[in-house]
Design a protein around this ligand. Sequence first.
Ligand code: ZN
Ligand code: ZN
Length: 324
Amino acid sequence: MSFRKWCGKQKFLFLFLFLRIEHANSKISDKSILNDGLDTGTPISKDEKMWTVDPTLCRHTTTCQEFSKQNPYVSFFCEGYIMWGPYAWFMIFITFPLIVLATILNYAFVLKNEALWLNVLTALIGIFTLILLCFTAFRDPGFIPRRPLCEDAPPNGYKGELDGEIWKWCATCNIWRPPTSKHCKQCDACVRMFDHHCPWTGNCVGQRNYNSFYSFIILLIIYIIVVIAEVLVIFRQKNDDFKESIFLFLVVFCGIVLFIVSVLFITLTCNISRGLTTNEILLDRYRYESSNFCENLTKHFRYFPSQIIFKNQNEEPIDSDDQL
Ligand SMILES: [Zn+2]
Ligand SMILES: [Zn+2]
């Protein structure tokens, strides 16, 4: 069995572990907006029910304040630099503290009285891991702002064609959704190049934070390997104050996390190598795949400016390209 096929089979395990942690209260009601006579395109044929797509209907920008009005589950702080999604609390109270807890135990019982360079090196890897986690969790993943409701809008899920690609109409956001995008029911918004909604970061993984998420996973694996190596090599030698419970906790906890994150890393890397998102593979909905890894990597890591901008009262809007 080839490595790629093996990875494909692991998608169900990955699905179980990460992507289908459903939230009972995730259904959010549709916030309809009054009709402003927006033109949505025209059907190509009544029989085929395919519409020509107006791509401008998903390229508009909106302000942080307006976006939060349309979607009260997403808030912005610090002049729009920090985005707070509906499940950011999970990252704040679960994911972040777990990494910090392992770090504190490692410093208190393993690295105490060890060489300075080892302490600094471990601290730097840990700090950059947490920074990348924050970049993923508090960054606009590529939300497409909603448009006002229009009279001649097609029903939800209606398909349209543009340049040979299939676009879908989102009746909640009143926009034509580009290929690979999806309406995330947890965030209640359409997300560009939707990969999955990650409960551990409390945010969607999409076009604008895929690079930081992938980098976070790589750095987290490196950090866990470093901690496990330090525990196994140094902690065992400290016979004077050896605490078996701390030793077991660090080894078992880090071992479990390393296994889960490694599966995630292999899955994401396989997805990139095929030029597909996790969502496309899970739903088995894609028209073609590419085996050019560098080209696929560029596509997944490509920078896309945020469509959500910050606007102070009586001030010109500040483009949020430089946001977290
Ligand atoms: Zn939508
Ligand atoms: Zn989401």
